[in-house]
Design a binder for this molecule. Structure first.
Ligand code: GLY
Length: 365
């Protein structure tokens, strides 16, 4: 039995997140969106495409007047304006107009890039998110942040563009590499820390089931994560305020991701960043030493790193200060004021950030 979450803006329903364990109900989404008679381009990458493109094309071709596929090379290094340009050219050649649709079938890179093309091609066309990684299911496919990297800057060019639907087939998690799977827990556990303490407790009780990919436990976990994200993005769709709490662990996490030249996955860097931010919170007396330890233990149980080799501190701080999470020259750092309650704090000093970073550096390096 699938689940549906409705995402609203100012009380008006904008799109549905469907959580299913197959693609069997995707046709219902296509009918709901009145895709019949329109062109559809399914964007994916070579890794995902070989598993699922055929299945999705089979369903879409019964509705669309034309089904095109566009396949990127996998990886963050292809999330750039060159790929955007190649997709624009392809859509122009295939005569896509404003009433046609894009489908993003893949992880965060495919979703963010396809969304950005959907936001800008002909000043905006419709798109559907079909996330295939745990991380994109629980985070990047929801809330309308789209974009690409520019030069060395992550997500520097982008737009807010809400999808017409998000369709999650949880069974695709079977083909995910263990490392990619666990990386998603960086974002899943985050929801417990920032806004949902009972979910944090549930995750701790269900580690074994989740690692074994028990389908009921996974579906519950994904639904609860999506709902947590929904609540925040409904309140603040364009990150004028509260949405920034979703960046817990991301300030130092992004800097580490960049300094490691993307050798660590996003969720892995977020895990390390969350421990550093939790340490700063603990030093300020906002969480206890025991809570800090529990955060670390939980992340480790989900096979996530909580330590990093020593990196050049000056570069780390410089990158952090150039990050988008700045407001009038101040870093909007996210701290925990108890488990399940994040706060945006512009007063975190360079010394505190350094102390947080030193806490996660592997000793003896
Ligand atoms: N991933 C953070 C956000 O969507 O705001």
């Amino acid at each position: 039995m699938g689940k549906t979450i409705v995402v609203k803006e100012h009380e008006t329903p904008i799109y549905e997140i469907r959580i299913e364990n197959s693609y069997a109900h995707f046709d219902e989404v296509l009918r709901q969106l009145k895709i019949a008679g329109h062109r559809v381009c399914i964007v994916s990458d070579t890794t995902i495409s070989k598993y699922y493109m055929k299945d999705v094309v089979e369903i879409v071709k019964d509705y669309a007047s034309l089904v095109e596929t566009f396949t990127l090379q996998p990886g963050e290094e292809h999330k750039n304006l060159d790929s955007v340009q190649a997709l624009y050219e392809y859509l122009i050649q295939s005569k896509f107009d404003r009433n046609d649709f894009l489908i993003a079938l893949g992880g965060g890179v495919v979703g963010d890039l396809t969304g950005y093309v959907a936001a800008t091609y002909l000043r905006g066309i419709s798109f559907i998110q079909m996330p295939t990684t745990l991380l994109s299911m629980v985070d990047s496919s929801i809330g309308g942040k789209t974009g690409v990297d520019f030069a060395a800057y992550k997500n520097m060019v982008g737009a807010f563009k809400q999808p017409k639907a998000v369709y999650i087939n949880t069974s695709v998690l079977e083909t995910l590499t263990p490392r990619q799977f666990y990386s998603g827990f960086g974002e899943v556990t985050k929801y417990g820390y920032i806004s949902d303490a009972p979910f944090d407790a549930w995750l701790q009780e269900n580690v074994e089931k989740l690692i074994q990919k028990d389908s009921e436990a996974l579906a519950h976990m994904i639904e609860r994560s999506c709902n947590n994200k929904r609540v925040v993005v409904e309140e603040d769709p364009t990150e004028k305020g509260i949405r920034a709490i979703l960046n817990f662990g991301h300030t130092l996490g992004h800097a580490i991701e960049k300094m490691m030249d993307f050798q660590l996955l996003h969720g892995e860097c977020v895990a390390i960043g969350m421990v550093a931010a939790a340490y700063i919170s603990q030093q300020r007396g906002m969480i206890t030493e025991e809570q800090l330890q529990t955060i670390q233990n939980t992340l480790e149980q989900f096979q996530l790193p909580t330590k990093i080799k020593n990196l050049d501190e000056k570069t780390l701080i410089d990158i952090t200060k150039n990050d988008k999470k700045m407001d009038a020259g101040k870093i909007k750092f996210i701290l925990l004021d108890g488990i399940g309650h994040a706060v945006i704090d512009p007063t975190v000093t360079t010394d505190e950030m350094l102390a947080g970073f030193r806490y996660v550096v592997e000793k003896g390096e």
